[in-house]
Design a protein around this ligand. Structure first.
Ligand code: 8YV
Length: 315
């Protein structure tokens, strides 16, 4: 008998098709009354396919599904899932790390290049004809020779560090504990690291442990020549403090792929010329989204075949 999977959001069509071949899939985003569908199917649902950009997998949802066995997250981060509730109910959780490491690290680099080298501004400068009419683009800032401070030296943080090293940058990092397999200098607190770097790059996990870590104090330490880059989670930054720092030019600029209340972006930020904005696209390539979808399907199949998950989230 096919298991029933509650898909909160869609994956790419090919992976959706392979999911639907093997499971009964409830396409929740297409339902007129999702709450009612969950209520009607509560006994049947044994798996959830979740994504970060959908509503979270709350304790309430987990408790409402008495036969739930697995939550397969389409993403590396899983701060949208109530892990405590999953653990309490003995529900397994899987995510999709590794396959998105390189693409997400690329986004950190493109944000650094964009904001420091004024790429978006330059594009507009040509499009509106300013260059053609003799105006001069303001000068930008070099990456080469500068210091990158990576907050969270996990897989993505390390991939960012490797790329930054290829740009002739010095790497320092801050994480819970020093890593003895890297040549980079360790900092045990983000404020000190912010003081010593030119680009503060956030690559940590989201959730309570990193909530509002980047506040006014950290931004002041980064200073008027420093850039803030965020490819982690919007929750890591106190967005109001960032707005103050950007407004008063207390930092040089920011490159942001993630925001506190996605897809909402503060109105004031949209008007700022010292910010490059990106709509949470770290993993958003055709290649990576396909690999993520395949991994989700493989994790669900492994679970229901009684095999170990390919990429389990530690309980
Ligand atoms: C999202 C991400 O999962 O992997 C993560 O943690 O933030 C992204 O890859 C993606 O936007 C799909 O929701």
């Amino acid at each position: 008998m096919k298991q029933t999977i509650l898909a909160i959001q869609s994956v790419l069509p090919a992976e959706m098709a392979s999911l639907e071949e093997k499971f009964n899939v409830i396409r929740l985003w297409e339902q007129r009354d999702p709450e009612q569908v969950i209520q009607d199917q509560r006994e049947n649902i044994t798996g959830i396919l979740s994504t970060y950009d959908s509503k979270g997998v709350s304790a309430r949802l987990i408790e409402a599904l008495p036969n739930l066995e697995i939550i397969a997250q389409f993403g590396a981060g899983y701060d949208n899932i109530d892990l405590t509730a999953a653990k309490r109910r003995g529900v397994s959780v899987a995510n999709t790390p590794d396959v998105l490491t390189d693409d997400t690290a690329d986004v950190a680099l493109f944000l650094m290049l964009n904001v420091a080298r004024r790429a978006v501004e330059g594009d507009l400068f040509v499009r509106v004809g300013k260059w053609q009419s003799g105006a001069r683009m303001p000068l930008s800032t070099s990456l080469s020779g500068k210091t990158v401070g990576v907050f969270g030296l996990g897989k993505i943080g390390r991939a960012i560090a490797r790329r930054a090293a290829a740009f002739n940058m010095k790497i320092i990092y801050c994480s819970r504990a020093p890593k003895n397999d890297t040549p980079y200098v360790f900092y045990d607190n983000i404020t000190d690291m912010a003081r010593d770097c030119d680009f503060l790059v956030l690559a940590c996990a989201g959730g309570e442990g990193t909530k509002n870590v980047v506040d006014y104090k950290v931004l002041s330490a980064l200073g008027p020549k420093g850039f803030l880059i965020n490819i982690a989670r919007g929750s890591v930054i106190k967005e109001d403090d960032l707005l103050i720092a950007l407004r008063n030019r207390e930092i040089a600029g920011a490159g942001l792929d993630v925001f506190a209340q996605e897809p909402h972006v503060p109105e004031e930020m949209i008007k700022m010329d010292n910010v490059v904005l990106s709509p949470h696209v770290g993993s958003a390539t055709v290649e990576t989204r396909a690999k993520m979808g395949q991994l989700v399907v493989q994790n669900l199949l492994a679970h229901f075949n009684g095999e170990p998950l390919l990429t389990p989230v530690a309980a």
